[in-house]
Design a protein around this ligand. Sequence first.
Ligand code: FAD
Length: 378
Amino acid sequence: MNFTFTEDQELIRAMVREFAQAEIAPRSAHLDETGEFPADTMQRLAELDLTGMPYPQIYGGAAADYVSYAIVIEEISRACSSTGVILAVHTLAGIPIYQFGTEEQKQLWLPKLIGYQALGAFAITEPAAGSDAGSLQTTAVPAGDSYILNGTKTFITNGAEAGIFIVMALTKTGIGTKGISAFIVEKGTPGFTIGKHERKMGIRGSSTTELIFANCRIPSANRIGKEGDGFKIAMAALDGGRISISAQSTGIAQACLDEAIAYSKERVQFNRPISSNQAIQWMLAEMAADISAGRLLTYKAAYLKQIGKPFTMEAAMAKLFASQMAVRCATKAVQIHGGYGYIKDFKVERLYRDARILEIYEGTSEVQKMVIAGNLLR
Ligand SMILES: Cc1cc2nc3c(=O)[nH]c(=O)nc-3n(C[C@H](O)[C@H](O)[C@H](O)COP(=O)(O)OP(=O)(O)OC[C@H]3O[C@@H](n4cnc5c(N)ncnc54)[C@H](O)[C@@H]3O)c2cc1C
């Protein structure tokens, strides 16, 4: 066993941490207040080769290992939860094309995503199909050399700004998940519009929207894999995606600890810093131990993915543990700040709101337990 990062991975962490703390963290409160999309930051991430990390160089990617990618998501999320999820979902949108697309599709679409000519989005959730994503109702009916899409997707991250959408739709009804296929849909395709923009509790710098398909005609060449492969493709993408949400959780939890340590050393009550109280020290110690455990699970899952070993259960365990851990850390960080933790001038108020989504998207905690138990009882 080797618990150390490679020299390259340490270099990436140092570079990204410096960039994220200097250029991303100072803007995170503004994004939260305004709900603005961090367009400049995303452009800078593209310039730093961070918008297509795990993809090969032939498509413009950085050919980075998955551990390095998780490091980047952790450090960016530590600086800004919204920017972390925007980048994570953008990167995830390339996975179906890279793992299941034809060579022609890879050459056409991956450079656009990786070079950030277009932001990516991934759409499976519908109003009546959340945890039970396989019960989706959007249809894709073949019509000559096209498919006609009809239906509504909900809660789609990057919906407002994305140019390339991976969309799951039924090519055959009545046969359950075997009837689902995966498609690439471009922004601006006639019949495809963005519906409701959600107003959220946290990660407010990332957009979350409905996607509406009304007789939207897309070329058959935009289908990824075979008809009926869509659910398998979606689950494979989400397996990898869950590692990035674990990394995001670890980053947010680390930010909670950073803030809690600094504040507890500064805040004086009873003529001494509150950090001199064992009650506060124990909360800090529990947070540090919790974060360390979450980080280990995250990087173990990333490592298994990188070396081509099965990692579905490990990714679900990492996502389950790290998301709950981040919520625990955010709760403690607010507690250590006392009344100030409840006030918007203090970063932990935002971190507390940002952390809550971690247990919900890319599969709720309950769904992660279903995945883990399913693997245990196979
Ligand atoms: C901010 C945000 C961003 C998102 N981004 C995307 C995105 O980019 N793309 C996308 O496709 N989706 C996205 N989603 C959707 C997200 O993945 C779903 O919200 C999530 O999977 C849960 O589905 P649901 O909201 O319909 O809840 P439901 O499935 O209705 O679940 C409600 C509750 O019931 C529980 N539950 C459901 N079934 C069971 C069961 N069998 N056993 C035990 N408990 C159960 C759930 O765990 C949950 O606690 C996003 C959601 C949000 C809020």
